[in-house]
Ligand binder design. Sequence first.
Ligand code: SER
Length: 890
Amino acid sequence: MSQPFRSADIRQAFINFFISKQHTPVPSSSLIPHNDPTLLFTNAGMNQFKETFLGMEPRDYTRAVTSQKCVRAGGKHNDLDNVGYTARHHTFFEMLGNFSFGDYFKQAGIAYIWEFLTADNWLAIDKTRLYVTIYHTDDEAFDIWHNEIGLPAERIIRIGDNKGTPYASDNFWTMGDTGPCGPCTEVFYDHGADIEGGLPGTPEEDGDRYIEIWNCVFMQFNRQKDGTMLPLPAPSVDTGMGLERISAIMQGVHGNYQIDLFTHLMDAAAKILGINNEQQSSLKVIADHIRAVSFLIADGVMPGNEGRGYVLRRIIRRAVRHGNKLGAESDFFYQMVAPLVAEMGTAYPELVAKQSVIENAIQKEETQFAKTLAQGLRLLATELEGLQDGDVLSGEAAFKLYDTYGFPVDLTADITRERGIRIDEAEFDEHMQAQRERARDAGKFDVDYSSVIQVETPTTFIGYEQLHDDNVNIVALYQDGKAVDSLAEGMEGVIVLDRTPFYAEGGGQVGELGEIRSASGVFEVQDTKKSGQAIIHYGVVTMGEINAKQVADAQVLSSIRSASAKNHSATHLLHAALRQVLGSDVTQKGSLVSSEVLRFDFSYDKPVSPAELSKIERLVNEQIQANAPACIENMSIDKAMDKGAMALFGEKYGSDVRVLTMGTDVIVDGKQQPFSIELCGGLHVQRTGDIGLLKITSEGGIAAGIRRIEAVTGMNAVKYIQQSEQQLSELAGQLKVKRPEVAQRVRTMSDKQRDLEKQLERLEQKIASAQAANLLDDVQTIAGTPVLISTLSGVDGKSIRTLMDDIKSKLPDSIIVLIGDKDEQLALAASVAKSVMARVKAGDIIRHLAGELGGKGGGKPDYAQGGASKGDNSVTVISALPAWLESQLG
Ligand code: SER
């Protein structure tokens, strides 16, 4: 084939090459790792095959090839800080990879790499420019490179544990702290002697001359949390080559930012900003970040304050700041989406589909950040005054920027770095830690018994079928976290049974309540939780005593159970209705179901309008009216997903799952499916009609991009509506209008009140000036200085200030003290003429007066003000003021 040059052609050539070697092409997985809480973002091609390497998820192929979307920002592999400053780092990049699952190993792994890179009909790269590294003890890899490929020994570099501990090496690849890993061999390309940098393993290795282009991992181990390396079921291969790096080589340029794709993006950014593309670092940052940001939003991440959302926010803010440096005056970053779609939309159709969602989310974030950016930059400039290259900015200042202006610390670091200034990170971390502790203390309201009690005995849950069992066995009792033999009357404690009908808190549903009775006593269950494999009942002995090993009768409170079940099922209907009305980007962020209320948190970046809320409420109630059965089935996770069941990201499900289907059929994405279908382990109604009624009681934001809806069902909904009705009737009665006219009447009343307040203000000012007209008669002379001290009743601070200006002009070279007395509050103001200021200052007068009156105040030498509550001593204090002034002036 002719040599491919465009990035898109290279991507295709790679896939074709491995297809010709019997590899199955597999699409890129989402940037949000599916079912893997150990990973922030997909950061390597192998992520989607993690379980396959571990032998837990067999596939129907043993060889695969992918072009995988990756983000390395936040988390273990984090390149964010380097982007813009090196020739080769990105937040988002495409990783080309081939994989063997227990099929070929080192020999074929290396041979394929060499063939694709150097064969004339593939990339035909000049062999003399290639070097490789191997793990220091990997003689097998050495032999293959040297004897079979024919690479001279001096081009094969052994890299040991250069990061301090065993297996911590550039040539031992680990996905995270745990998971599949193994030694690797990496291929390096020499960009030529005119570029600075040294071979891997030398002190100059971080330069841009020798660039790693392809990493081939020989997957052999499953790393455990404690560092133990367990062997994988079969040795495997995982390779990864950055598309941007290989494109640079094929296009004869030395940096990734000079390849076709980045040239187009940087040109577009320059055009939007009205400048020339001179390869400024900030342009590189913008071109890089628009990719990470757009792909993340396309995959469902929204800017927020924690986790993935926070990393996304940091990336957007960093880009905005760099735009600002280049002179951007208003929102610009969102305008980069269109050029990106033009570049990458063909290979990644999700970008085209989500273009407007991405643009809106970015623009909203830009507008929000623009407000604080200018203020924050000013504060930072003040903090940086006097600091020079090599100095350190205090961690406290960086924390203040973060806390007050939302400057992520890496953004502050990015700015200080331009001036060679470092941040005191240890001090910053201390402040962050203290803040976290404050937040935690504020949220602490309950004791987590499950962490105190470590029960190993698994409990069988029988509550799906029954509320009651009179033949259960007490297997353990605890008091204050310690196992005991019995619990006496009045004692609080925990009971563990061999099986129980009590539902333990989980899946958003609170733990159940009820009673456990034995031959000798009664225990009131006040909460039920999980602790390891056991279900623990927390409560108090209300009669007699409870002994370990007794047989008992466990009874769940049925009224509470049925009310909770109504709320839980209604939560599912609400979730489905929300997605129908607001769009399928709405994802569940949390839920709480008790017998009283239901609460549902979801991602959505603006308030839900009253019209939308009422539509959502109507949809749910239509389903309730339809009285369709609520079906629970156990099935394989794959079948559930196939049926369109909703599951929570990051939640670990077993291979068999419990699926709840409810409601009449609807059409979703052109497919007919039940109104609601979700994985759930909770307790539910039998038919939707059992819910009775759903009433939304509130909607509001709880964090950036996250909304919360609260609602009630069944008799609680009836109660809520009756109360609202009653309040409205009362209001109508008080206002003497019919109920539909209440709102109009309230509007008229508040307009009238506003008019009256204005009128009152005008009158007060009139009174004040009337009083002022006579004031000049009260001027006294103290130590040769004209002094006016006057208390004006019914006058507030605002009017006092106006009056002061008025009188000052009429009384030159004097001291004026005015005291407004309104609504039991004293407003104090003092003015001292310039000629008198050397003897007494206005600030001193107010501080003295306010101090004596038990209030506060202060100001400048010529004018000061303050306030105090009126007290028994007010008159005495004010009448003693001339004497005090005399002592000061005299
Ligand atoms: N997993 C390895 C890497 O990310 C090779 O694909 O470098």
